[in-house]
Design a protein around this ligand. Structure first.
Ligand code: P6P
Length: 333
């Protein structure tokens, strides 16, 4: 069995930074994941469920566990001298930490938290960049707005039937399972590849009528293909991006959260949801877009910028783009 620490150490020579800074950041993420996992599993016993009575910068009611996870990770990262700053879904502004740090980290500390009270899996998403501002000075927003292709690491933790940590540094996607008896993440999913055939589709169709004509035609086409298929794709949607994404990564499936006429930018956040999930998707052989362009090429302008999000096998992503561009129904092949 290979632990996460051993796996990172063995590949240290592959990572650009041989100072071990990078592995210390991933180790903090791993420690934070173990602690969040512990608190989540006891939440209903320890009175951790429910809201804390404030609304965050997203306009969402903050759950007690959102606040716990956010504070826990910020505390951990603030003590790491290699991290120059943090951006979090729960924080309106960036948090400069160590001026000598060479990396910045973006975080969705607890994604899908509306599901916690009903025992549905939730997750943590992270995205890491090497800073571009001067070392020795406080980090700046520019460090966080470099764009998806400048990430040096990205990944997620899934707090599900087991606690899983998946990440990429640009050399494939690797998955680890927390062994509680040892308190270690052990390598269980080396070099993950998303199946090219889509078995699932994950989207909330409550606003289907507000989607573009082209996207509505894609959905009609998808149902038509299902009717004539001996292996129709199944709808799976739990409302936690990390859980929906993780299933589709392993089994092959489309996740989409489009924009609508009223909210063309969609709901999900580009920097700490879209970019990390898009890089993981590409590293696993899939495609990621905003419906029109490769997601990693979408310009990053604001920390909490939203984006339409399409993640999945190339066949489905290309089909969606075709429908969106042509607004016409493509003959089912
Ligand atoms: P809806 C959770 O609130 C979240 O940010 C993602 O984890 C999830 O994919 C999406 O929103 C679900 O949104 O509108 O379908 O409830």
């Amino acid at each position: 069995m290979i632990t996460l620490e051993q796996f990172i150490a063995d590949r240290q020579q592959e990572l650009e930074s041989a100072t071990g800074a990078f592995s210390k950041i991933l180790r903090d993420i791993s420690l934070g994941a173990k602690l969040v996992s512990f608190y989540l599993r006891r939440a209903s016993l320890a009175g951790f469920l429910g809201e804390i009575g404030i609304t965050n910068v997203q306009g969402e009611s903050v759950q007690k566990l959102d606040d716990m996870a956010n504070r826990l990770f910020i505390n951990l990262f603030s003590k790491n001298p290699h991290i120059a700053g943090i951006a979090s879904e729960e924080e309106e502004h960036i948090i400069p930490t160590h001026p000598e740090g060479r990396y910045v980290i973006l975080l969705d500390p607890l994604d899908g938290s509306s599901n916690i009270d009903v025992g549905v899996p939730v997750g943590t998403i992270f995205s890491i960049y090497r800073r571009v501002s001067s070392i020795g000075e406080p980090c700046t927003e520019a460090d966080f707005l470099q764009g998806g292709r400048h990430q040096v690491a990205a990944g997620y933790v899934l707090y599900g039937t087991s606690t899983l940590l998946f990440y990429t540094t640009g050399r494939g996607v690797h998955g680890f399972t927390l062994e509680p008896a040892a308190g270690e993440f052990l390598l269980t999913y080396p070099q993950v590849q998303m199946p090219t055939k889509s078995s699932y589709y994950s989207f909330n169709d409550n606003q289907l009528h507000e989607w573009s004509e082209g996207l509505q035609r894609y959905v009609t086409d998808l149902h038509a293909r299902n009717r004539s298929s001996d292996k129709p794709q199944s709808l799976r949607y739990v409302g936690s991006l990390v859980a929906d994404f993780h299933r589709n990564l392993l089994k092959g499936g489309l996740f989409m959260y489009p924009g609508t006429v009223k909210k063309p930018e969609g709901k999900l956040r580009l920097l700490y949801e879209g970019f990390p999930m898009a890089w993981l998707t590409e590293q696993a052989g899939g495609k990621a877009s905003d419906g029109y362009q490769t997601l990693l090429d979408v310009p990053a302008k604001k920390i909490h910028q939203r984006t339409p999000l399409f993640l999945g096998p190339a066949t489905e992503i290309d089909r969606i783009t075709e429908f969106l561009r042509n607004h016409v129904s493509v003959e089912a092949v």
